[in-house]
Design a protein around this ligand. Structure first.
Ligand code: 13P
Ligand code: SF4
Length: 370
């Protein structure tokens, strides 16, 4: 995690109204030279200042279109800001308002671990591997995938990317999210016993050569600390109190939970599914709490609640608050480009290859529909 120095004390002394007024003033002042992007998991106080909102895929597409802006302030997490830097021209400066807004899943795959895994897997079998990384990963991991004829994916197009990857080689290494990998491969008809779990903390990932040879998909042992909080028991409990309701979950949830759900898909898919459902529908939603609460507020004619009774909150997304947003804009207004996220050119070149392949395969098809 990167270190974010504390903000000057005056930000803590301002009221929320004063902060909002100052942010709005900066937005007017910067005009078209400033674009604010907001991921759906951001708090409402922040998201209302976003020029564009979206899930990881949509925000990558929007970032790629920002050739007129001088500054893109990314209200999301570090890997999203890195992707935005890779996808935009050098003249566009990407700002992350709080440098400590990382992603625990991205932290579960380091480039030296991937190189070690590659060495083991490619020597264990004569088969060819295609590396696929979820965008929730560091730019160095994306670059490795680009360099080794692989690609990035998001939850919105993981299925299309995995289908493509299986035409490019004999086997796929999917990282860092074992759950998205397992759910996607299973939805494509690959049985669980043709998947092997590679644990980067163990020698050879804890796999024998035979396990590596017999698997079609090697899943990296990483997960999202938010979505792995959803359980089968929660699904059963909801079904017992509201059997007529539906359960929709994000594919970062464990496979057992996705099997119990009625539908699984990306953040944009969840928004559309709940939005398009008839008035009076009941939904239990397995994803980050800010999005679930926003959906409930947006659709008062429907019953929308979290699948979990505990708060499933992404604590790193939550670090982006209005004080940090205002501070980053104050810095820009004072001609200081603080918290700029820059990916080194050699990493950028190969990561761009992987991201471009991702953007060529766009869809929001659901993963599991019963
Ligand atoms: P999407 O934005 O791809 O739905 O992923 C959710 C997430 O966990 C973002 O970090
Ligand atoms: Fe990372 Fe999960 Fe937070 Fe997304 S929700 S940023 S995957 S920890």
């Amino acid at each position: 995690m990167l270190f974010q120095p504390p903000l000057p004390p005056r930000y803590a002394e301002m009221t929320e109204v004063e902060i909002a007024d100052q942010i709005a003033r900066h937005k007017r002042g910067f005009g078209k030279s400033l674009v604010i992007l907001g991921h759906h998991y951001q708090q409402d106080e922040v998201i209302r200042f976003a020029d564009f909102t979206g899930d990881s895929l949509k925000l990558s597409q929007i970032a790629a279109e920002q050739d007129q802006a001088e500054f893109v302030v990314f209200c999301g997490v570090h890997f999203m800001a890195e992707s935005a830097d890779i996808l935009t021209a050098d003249s566009v400066k990407i700002i992350l308002p709080d440098l400590s807004a990382g992603c625990s899943m991205a932290d579960m795959a380091a480039i030296d671990q991937l190189e070690e895994a590659w060495e083991f897997l490619t020597h264990a079998t004569a088969d060819t591997f295609v590396p696929i990384t979820y965008v929730n990963s560091y730019a160095t991991i994306k670059a490795f995938c680009g360099e080794h004829r692989g690609a990035c994916c998001t939850s919105g197009n993981a299925r299309l990317i995995l289908e493509w990857a299986l035409t490019q080689g004999d086997k796929v290494v999917f990282l860092p999210d074992q759950h998205l990998g397992r759910n996607t491969a299973y939805a494509l008809g690959i049985p669980l016993d043709e998947m092997a779990l590679y644990d980067p903390a163990l020698p050879d990932g804890g796999l024998t050569g035979e396990q590596a040879r017999s698997a079609r998909v090697i899943l990296w042992k990483g997960h999202c600390s938010v979505h792995s909080l959803f359980t089968v028991q929660q699904c059963e409990q909801i079904r017992s109190v509201a059997p007529e309701g539906k359960i929709v979950v994000h594919p970062e949830c464990p496979w057992e939970v996705v099997q119990k759900a009625d539908l699984a898909g990306s953040t944009e898919f969840i928004i559309k599914t709940v939005g398009d459902s008839p008035g009076g529908s009941k939904w239990a939603v397995g994803t980050e709490v800010h999005l679930v609460d926003r959906l409930a507020a947006l659709h008062p004619d429907k019953q929308v609640r979290s699948l979990a009774s505990i708060q499933c909150l992404c604590t790193t997304m939550y670090r982006i608050d209005t004080s940090h947003l205002l501070w980053s804009l104050d810095e820009l207004a004072a001609e200081r480009v603080s918290n700029r996220i820059v990916v080194p050119p050699d990493v950028r070149r190969d990561a761009l290859v992987a991201l471009d392949r991702m953007l060529q395969h766009v869809s929001s098809r659901p993963m599991a529909a019963k």
